[in-house]
Design a protein around this ligand. Structure first.
Ligand code: BG6
Length: 486
């Protein structure tokens, strides 16, 4: 793997969860893989007063925990040489002046500002950096999701950040796009001639996208209680997965060619207005239960959660895409915390044969299915009907299964490893463009309003289940069921 151009990367929110649990381990791995030059610098930036040594010690503890056996002391010692720390109050001009002088003489290197703070700080950070002269022509800013909490707030942030950085310098992160398996979905669709003719109405009956988590809100109660599953997961990760499933083949793999096609899908999503939310969406909130036999508290008992909170920790939606390709094909989306298993899966159910000539199989599931699993393992499974051995022509569903981990026998890059390196390389393909983000919020806003208007309180579900019963009813109304319920 080629060494990347020398860079300075500033991780704002440097003592937070994302930086310590995801970004630093990802950078360490890339360093250990030889991709980061020894002249590059990585700085944690946060309000806490810490010495460099204290920050490096914190980072070491976090990386050790996260990387387990992969942690290697000599590599860490070398990596820690390029780590630094700035104490910075987002609003203090003086602090930015110090930052500026510390970076002096390094203007010719790529500069990446990764803003892993609350999004209401993005504007002030960018403005202050510009004033302090820290923003160079080869600078990039990375904005962590969620960007805003609705269309208006996201637009304002985009405008303010856009006053400092050009669109080509802005990297809006959705880490799902950096997952190897999501790239594989693109490979499957656009690297094989086989699927494209089948990928449409008339041949596909329905599509399901599930992003299920076993985890609860962990240490993020304050953030989560204001956010909820729709904003935290659906507005970004699930809609991006939906785009990749549903988009037209782009003319090339250029960032804008891909993003143009995703945008068309987002703009074609049928709006859910007012009463639609009662029939096409389900909100849920977990109660105490057990996940894999381990008792866990309910959402309302978690730290930093209002005891009467009506924030949803689960959302299921029926989504329709108003295009020639997808008219009449429902896409069912589902995500939640404290569900039975950690599972990210896309299921494409094809139509049944138009005229059966064999005895009906003794299973309710006679349609071909393509199951693309993204997490915890990466696999592609196609169910076909085969003849049951023996007399007669009795058919039975069997699987053509491809385990990608087994096949390639190599650790795939973690999403943040890929995305961080893309920011250094200047590759925008896996980042959201402003118009995409806007289109996603425009579709989500009426759902949030509808829920509020109808006072649609979340239905409770037991931690460790697959969500509220209403989620099965949502899909059951159309005569289908969730893949795990078959
Ligand atoms: C984040 C959400 O974007 O994605 C979290 O804010 C969620 O709530 C996480 O837990 C899930 O990511 P992954 O990669 O673990 O599936």
């Amino acid at each position: 793997m080629a060494v990347l151009p020398t860079f300075d990367m500033l991780l704002f929110g440097g003592t937070g969860d994302l930086v310590t649990r995801k970004l630093l381990p990802a950078l360490y791995r890339r360093y250990a893989a030889g991709q980061v030059s020894a002249e590059s610098r990585i700085y944690g930036v946060a309000r806490t007063a810490l010495t460099r040594a204290e920050y490096v010690a914190q980072a070491e503890a976090a990386c050790k925990g996260f990387l387990g056996k992969e942690f290697d002391a000599p590599h860490w010692a070398a990596f820690s040489e390029i780590l630094g720390y700035f104490k910075l109050d987002a609003a203090s001009e003086q602090d930015y002046a110090q930052l500026s002088s510390a970076l002096q003489g390094r203007e010719h290197f790529v500069r990446v500002f990764f803003l892993s703070t609350a999004s209401n700080l993005f504007a002030v950070i960018c403005q202050n950096m510009a004033r302090a002269g820290v923003v160079t022509p080869s600078s990039r800013v990375v904005l962590e999701k969620p960007l805003g909490h609705d269309t208006v707030s996201a637009d304002l942030i985009n405008q303010q950040v856009g006053a400092v950085f050009t669109e080509k310098q802005i990297y809006r992160i959705d880490h799902y796009l950096g997952k190897e398996a999501v790239q594989n979905l693109m490979a499957l669709r656009f690297g094989n001639a086989l699927f494209e003719p089948l990928w449409r109405r008339g041949l596909i009956k329905h599509v399901q996208i599930t992003v299920a988590e076993e985890l609860g809100v962990e240490r993020r109660g304050q953030f989560y209680d204001k956010t909820g599953a729709l904003r935290d997961m659906v507005q970004n990760h699930l809609l991006q997965l939906l785009c990749i499933m549903a988009m037209e083949p782009p003319a090339s793999s250029d960032p804008d060619a891909v993003r143009d096609e995703k945008l068309k899908v987002l703009r074609a999503l049928r709006p859910l207005h007012d009463r639609d939310v009662l029939t096409k969406t389900v909100r849920g909130q977990y109660k105490a239960g057990a996940v894999h036999g381990v008792p866990v508290p309910g959402y309302l008992e978690e730290a930093d959660i209002a005891t009467d909170s009506t924030t949803e920790t689960f959302a299921a939606l029926k989504v329709e895409i108003d295009t020639w390709r997808w008219a009449g094909v429902p896409f069912y989306l589902r995500t939640g915390k404290r569900l039975q298993d950690r599972l990210t899966e896309l299921v494409v159910t094809f139509d049944e044969v138009p005229h059966p000539i064999f005895e009906k199989p003794q299973t309710s599931n006679t349609a071909n299915e393509l199951v693309i699993r993204l997490q915890p393992d990466e696999s592609i499974t196609m169910t076909i009907l085969a003849k049951n051995p023996g007399e007669g022509m009795r058919l039975k569903p069997v699987s053509l299964a491809l385990d990608l981990g087994e096949t390639f026998k190599t650790r795939s890059l973690d999403a943040y490893e890929r995305l961080l390196m893309d920011t250094v390389k200047g590759n925008l393909t896996l980042f959201m463009r402003r118009d995409e983000l806007d289109a996603a919020w425009r579709w989500v806003d009426p759902i949030l309003e509808g829920w509020q208007h109808h006072d649609d309180r979340p239905k409770s579900y037991i931690a460790g289940s697959w969500g509220p019963a209403a989620s099965s009813t949502l899909i059951g109304r159309d005569g289908f069921s969730w893949h795990d319920e078959v």
